[in-house]
Design a protein around this ligand. Structure first.
Ligand code: SIN
Ligand code: FE2
Length: 216
C-alpha cells in the first residue's frame, strides 16, 4: 500500500472482499450522504415507513418503505413485490436520481456493470430492531446483484453462505458504507443484529439502509 492508497486518492474507497462476488466499499456513499437522506425523507413523505407483518403474523421490528417501479411487501399472503403501495393504492414514489446513480456506480465497481435497479427497499432501524438471517430471493432474475447502502448508526451485519447453517462473518457497517453481493454470492444468507443505542449527527438515533434490487 502506498501513500495514495492511504489517502484513498488513487484507489477510491477502501474495498473489503466478503466472498465470491461480494465486496464492501467503505465510505462509498459519503459524498452523497445529504442527498441520500433528503431522498429518504421525500420518499417517506409520500409512502410512510410502516412495520409490516411476516406471513406467519409477526410484526417486523424494522420499519420499511420503497421507491422505484416496485416495492417489497410482506403480509399474510407472503413476501413479494408490488407496483403500488398497499397502504395508499398509489404507485411507489419514483427512485431519486441520486439513489440510482450510486447503486449503478457501486455495482460497476464491484464487477457488475449495467446494473439498473428497478426497486429500492428502504429499511429504518431504531435501537432494538434487527433482521434475522434470510436470502433475498423474491426477485425475478438472480443474475443482478444486490446493492446495500448504510446510513446513520452503525450495525453488525452478518454475511453467511448459500445454506442457512453455513458459518457467518460479522462486519460493522458504518455510515456511508456500501455492500454489493451478486454472482456466486447472490443468494447468500445475511442479516442484521439488534441495533445498539447511539446518536448520529445526521440521523439521530436511527440507522437507514437502502437495498437496491432488480426485482421485475
Ligand atoms: C436487508 O437485508 O434487506 C437489509 C440489510 C441491512 O439492513 O443492512
Ligand atoms: Fe436482505
Amino acid at each position: 500500500m502506498d501513500l495514495f492508497d492511504l489517502a484513498g486518492a488513487a484507489s477510491g474507497p477502501a474495498r473489503e472482499d466478503m466472498g465470491p462476488g461480494a465486496v464492501l466499499l467503505r465510505g462509498r456513499a459519503l459524498a452523497s450522504e445529504r442527498e441520500l437522506l433528503a431522498g429518504i425523507a421525500a420518499v417517506a413523505a409520500e409512502a410512510p415507513f410502516r412495520h409490516m407483518r411476516t406471513p406467519g403474523g409477526f410484526e417486523m421490528s424494522v420499519a420499511m418503505t420503497s421507491c422505484g417501479e416496485a416495492g417489497w411487501v410482506t403480509d399474510r399472503r407472503g413476501y413479494r413485490y408490488e407496483r403500488c403501495d398497499p397502504a395508499s393504492g398509489a404507485p411507489w414514489p419514483p427512485m431519486p436520481e441520486v439513489f440510482a446513480a450510486l447503486a449503478q456506480a457501486s455495482a460497476a465497481e464491484a464487477g457488475f456493470p449495467d446494473f439498473a435497479p428497478d426497486a429500492c427497499l428502504i429499511n429504518r432501524y431504531a435501537p432494538g430492531a434487527r433482521m434475522s438471517l434470510h436470502q433475498d430471493k423474491d426477485e425475478q432474475d438472480f443474475s443482478r446483484p444486490i446493492v446495500s447502502v448504510s446510513l446513520g448508526l452503525p450495525c453488525t451485519f452478518q454475511f453467511g453462505g448459500a445454506a442457512r447453517s453455513d458459518p457467518v462473518r460479522k462486519y460493522e457497517l458504518r455510515h456511508g458504507d456500501v455492500v454489493v453481493w451478486g454472482g456466486p454470492s447472490r443468494l447468500y444468507y445475511h442479516g442484521v443484529l439488534r441495533l445498539k443505542d447511539g446518536e448520529h449527527p445526521l440521523t439521530g438515533g436511527l440507522r437507514y439502509n437502502l437495498t437496491f434490487r432488480g426485482a421485475l
